[in-house]
Design a protein around this ligand. Structure first.
Ligand code: ZN
Length: 130
């Protein structure tokens, strides 16, 4: 039942990233991973990010973005591997904003956590002073 007096608060949609996995994204801890690895023998950098509940040290199902892989030495690879803390804060803030305004009602993956929004957040962060 909906209490009309609470209508000023934005009620989360059925977006799985907002209501799923028991993670409250507004207070979740942000983690960003960029690591060198190999794909088909080629050096690549694997990049993804996730949100963990603050009291959950070994979360089994954190809110995780889609992982993407870029060639080693590419601009995005360099941005990911040398991401300063100021950039990480900006990336986290952008991903949080994306998820909190996500209108999706998908049962599975939230498009706000696809690899493209993460890529954009990395690029936006790099365009700002750290
Ligand atoms: Zn969503």
């Amino acid at each position: 039942m909906t209490d009309p007096r609470r209508s000023r608060k934005v009620v989360p949609s059925a977006c799985p990233a907002q209501v799923g996995n028991g993670v409250e994204i507004s207070s979740a801890i942000f983690r960003f991973e960029a690591r060198p690895c190999k794909e088909d023998g080629q050096p690549v950098t694997e990049i993804f990010a996730f949100f963990l509940a603050p009291d959950d040290d070994d979360a089994e199902s954190p809110l995780q973005t889609e992982t993407f892989v870029v060639p080693a030495g590419s601009p995005i690879s360099s941005l990911g591997l040398s991401c300063p803390p100021g950039h990480l804060d900006a990336i986290a803030a952008e991903l949080r904003r994306n998820v909190l305004r996500c209108p999706c009602t998908l049962a599975g993956r939230c498009p706000a956590l696809d690899h493209l929004p993460l890529l954009e957040a990395i690029e936006h962060a790099a365009g700002k002073p750290p």
